[in-house]
Design a protein around this ligand. Structure first.
Ligand SMILES: Nc1ncnc2c1ncn2[C@@H]1O[C@H](COP(=O)(O)OP(=O)(O)O)[C@@H](O)[C@H]1O
Ligand SMILES: [Mg+2]
Length: 263
């Protein structure tokens, strides 16, 4: 019995397109231990979202994805996903968006109210709970999307460039919030990002994906002192050494992609 939370084995996914079949990811193997925070960084179009959607159970693929040793069969409440464009339900208020998953489960009203109140506080949207998504800024919408995923308390968080559209200051606040949540709950996290500093700041391990078809070509383990405040950590020698190494590795893949044959 291993302590693997997620095992991805020999995972390949092709899409059929008007011009034939397109191999998006190619025999990806990746194991996440319980409580581990793993980031995937790679060039645009290399198959990162595809990999995350397969693990989420939204797309089928060749190969195996096991959670707690059991093959997945579609989406499940054990895996909460935050999509790249953080889709909210436009016809529901902030509060109803956050409660969406719980309202479909058999959770008593009082408990649902408590979860909503707590999460609205955590994401700093008190006073906005009855607003609709169109009345919110991008950063606020993103915080609602994360709260909606957290409301169901999934054991696994799957995050697809969750802070990609935010301005630099909001992005740092959300990263700190995610780090705090992870330190508190030790959920297993698989995060896609193309922000190298973000990956180093948040993860235990960083996997570099090649240009399409995406394969995992390099791994970095991150062993930094998480008790340090951000302003000390990000200027420290170990942080910058690792950030540069990861950056170089991603750059090699991006350059290879630029020189590869199109198609
Ligand atoms: N539904 C689809 N049908 C056909 N091709 C797709 C589909 N979704 C993604 N692709 C293609 O698969 C490749 C990987 O896409 P994606 O996983 O979104 O990459 P990334 O998230 O790394 O930018 C891209 O070339 C993309 O155009
Ligand atoms: Mg993507």
């Amino acid at each position: 019995m291993s302590d693997a939370k997620i095992e991805i084995r020999g995972l390949s996914k092709s899409y059929s397109t008007g011009h034939g079949s397109l191999l998006a990811i190619d025999t990806v193997d990746l194991t996440l231990a319980e409580g581990e925070f793993v980031s995937i960084v790679g060039p645009s179009g290399c198959g990162k979202s595809t990999l995350l959607y397969v693990v989420g159970g939204f797309l089928s693929a060749d190969g195996d994805v096991l959670v707690d040793g059991t093959p997945i069969r579609g989406p499940g409440t054990d895996r909460g996903i935050v999509f790249q464009d953080y889709a909210l339900f436009p016809w529901l208020t902030v509060r109803r968006n956050i409660l969406f998953g719980l309202e479909r489960r058999d959770v008593p009203q009082a408990e649902r109210d408590a979860v909503a109140d707590r999460l609205i506080g955590v994401i700093g949207l008190k006073g906005f709970e009855h607003r609709y998504p169109r009345e919110l800024s991008g950063g606020m919408r993103q915080r609602v999307a994360i709260a909606r995923t957290m409301a169901c308390d999934p054991a696994v968080l799957l995050l697809d460039e969750p802070f990609g559209a935010l301005d630099a200051q909001t992005r740092e606040m959300m990263q700190d919030e995610l780090l705090r949540i992870w330190l508190d709950t030790r959920k297993t996290v698989l995060m896609i990002t193309h922000d190298v500093s973000e990956a180093v700041y948040l993860s235990n391990r960083i996997c570099i994906m090649s240009a399409r078809p995406g394969r995992i070509v390099e791994e970095f383990s991150v062993d930094l002192d998480r008790t340090l405040p951000r302003e000390e950590l990000v200027v420290s020698e170990p942080f910058n050494r690792l950030r540069n190494a990861v950056w170089l590795s991603v750059r090699r893949q991006a350059v290879a992609a630029a020189h590869a044959d199109p198609g």
